[in-house]
Ligand binder design. Sequence first.
Ligand code: BMA
Length: 846
Amino acid sequence: MKRIDLGGTWQMTNCTNNETISATVPGSNYLDLLAAGKIQNPFWGQNEAQASLVARDDYLYSRTFEVGFDLLRQPHVELVVSGLDTLATLTLNGQQIARTANYHRTYRLDVKELLREKDNTLEVRFESPYAYIKQREAANPLGGMGFEKGIGHIRKPQYHFGWDWGPNLPPVGISGKIGLEAYMARIEEVRVVQRHADGRVTLSIDAILGGEAKGRTVRSTLTDPKGHKQTARTEVNGSTAHLEFEIDKPQLWWCNGLGEQPLYELETQLLEFLNVEDEVVQSIGLRTIELDTRADGLGRQFRFVINGVPIFAKGADWIPSDSFINRTTYEDLQFYVEQAKWANMNMLRVWGGGYYESDEFYELCDRNGILVWQDFAFACSAYPFEEAEFLENVHQEVIDAVQRLRHHASLALWCGNNENELMAALWKKKKVTYEANYDFYYNILSRWVSELDVVTPYWFGSPSSGERSIDAASLDHGDNHLWAVWHGLMPVSTFRRMPARFTSEFGLESFPSMRAIRSFTDKADVNYLDPVMLTHQKSAGGNQKILFYLIDQYRDPLHFEDFVYLSQLSQAQAMRFASDDWRRKMGVCNGSLYWQYNDCWPVASWAGIDYLKQPKAVHYHSRQYNKPVCLSNDCYADRAEIYLANDLPEPIKGKLEWQVSGFDGQVISNADLEVEAGGVEATRLMVLNFNEVLGTKAKNEVVLTVRLISDGQTLDEKSWLLCADKHVAFPGPTIQANCAVRNGQAAITLHTDVFARSVFVELEQVLAPFSDNYFDLLPGQPKTISVAVPEGMSDDDVAKGLRLKSMADVEPKTSLLGDKWTQFKLRFNKVNLSTWLIFKFITRLK
Ligand code: BMA
């Protein structure tokens, strides 16, 4: 196989004004215009509206190149291109070679007859996506929610047209790889299927070959995690080759929290004598994965089972990591996936409004034990599946995605779409489209997937009950998106009243870090209703809703920076409340994926980590509430019920220590008790009645601390207030910090004289995440946190750059009564009232 990479420097011409600039491939028109200084940063201030005009024009990308004679004389010469975004006409040396209309596909175009050794010109002309969807929508109106009408017509990442957390800036360009491949024979695909039986694994390998492969040899080498190799070879019969490996003592792959992630390397080569003509390398994790959807007393189970062990899925929903895909680096992806592992997550759901992620993303998930729930790229819209050409285009996309990703150990689920069933009522009147959409997810796509992948489970959509006759929003069947809280303005406690079998979305918005806010505004008097802040808030009435929920727990703050801080805590506490509750119901509830893990630009949103890669409070807290062995407090007005959720198969025996103390650290009551808890279940360990343990104190004057010890080891330790923060008069703490830098890590030890609530730590010049943040600090219990710091930073620099905030620093704007009045007004403002009504209609929530 001979390859020539055609990425690098190209020319880009705007077809409206004929201006030509230098361009970079892979990339996009937006990135090229930015690099050439032709447009302003679309993320700054209110630049988005102006920047979206860029997408109204057509663009021509072109380059010239030479090829060697070596390449030309091969029997097959193909132009291979992925990530073509989206409506492209490709011309080589003046001859049109293809018109494409699917970002999600890889195109392989025969160019042998058109190529010459010198002066080849390749041109790719991109049509404006806006013009296209407008024209298609006029011909076949789809309706639906879309943030730009008719997005269902174009196979382009749907979020490019704006979402309720993202800007409307649809790029065009070659965002993937482009190059030539010349060969006599090649490997088209390698299909690997694992069979687990009697403690052994058989790896069955099918190589599908293209070109003139007959009579050549296929050789596979399997290297186990310790480096031991096994090799198998066979002669190609027709255009396929089949090989098998027996693995006697398989080292099983587990999701994060349940075990290790050993990976086997499988190298499959196509040989002509000793010459390697082509090769494919895959990382394989040995594991079984099932989705248990058996009927039970309530409805139907919805539970992932890995290597026979049922799991509670903990994690979040992944959206594209940038509005302009090519800006995301490998290091960015590594950061996000490793942070998911750090936060004790075991699953990310790749949401259907984006794209099938890069190979690197799934490799990182394989290595970190993060299961991937993969939506197909359909979201919140009807799609014209009744059009034969569209359906065939989608079929090719499905083949490309499934063939590319099915071998990954992390791949846990193929899922039809995001919220299309939930919204189907909106296009019900269009009978043909309505039926074609159901038929697609229930019959066609499920068949295609089963033909391509016999291992990974398929689910019709997210959410879905799994049966057309049962409401997609049913709490007893299938997965669920719980949006009564936030969109429906119901109190956070609703999560406890409405547990679903598996919650694949629920969320509460917050502001991003001040650093992220400062990346789009330099206004001195920035506030939440400022036009710039509203440009960076895409959910209707979102900033008001943030305040609405904040006032449930905290005081409406006077200063904007405190609003940011409290908004994050309000989000964190809501996500923690729900996840704790569902984990206490494990077996009935089997998953808690909060919306949304990340951001694609700096914005007020549901994200746990903002666009500047600054983790919000919820991300830090999720590490605590996702622990595999995890204490939680089911807190009522008169009592605290302490539970242990144990994800591990082994039962636990230990000692539970509890203590109620005043803010000065004085112990009011305490005791130890012996406890036992089964494996893969939640157990109520004890009930503390407040009238027995508070002494002369009131509920708003104490902290409850619990610690679980087993075999001399602390398995978990938590502390809680017994009422909402807004009812507590926090004493002003004096926090002392000792800082020491060693090997690029700063260790910061904090001591406090009185209870310090939700301590937020920031360090000037340091963007890296801390080992903990937004934590409670108790008198007499110093805490050391660490963070990676830039080279040359001294102990003194750390001490000087350190900024601490705790709840006692928040200055309220008005009285408690004033806060209530603000909340009342927010509930009945026009936007919130209307989204509440829309929500009520969509989910038919009683
Ligand atoms: C669900 C998601 C997204 C959306 C989010 C917040 O609908 O699937 O489409 O961004 O909720 O509204």
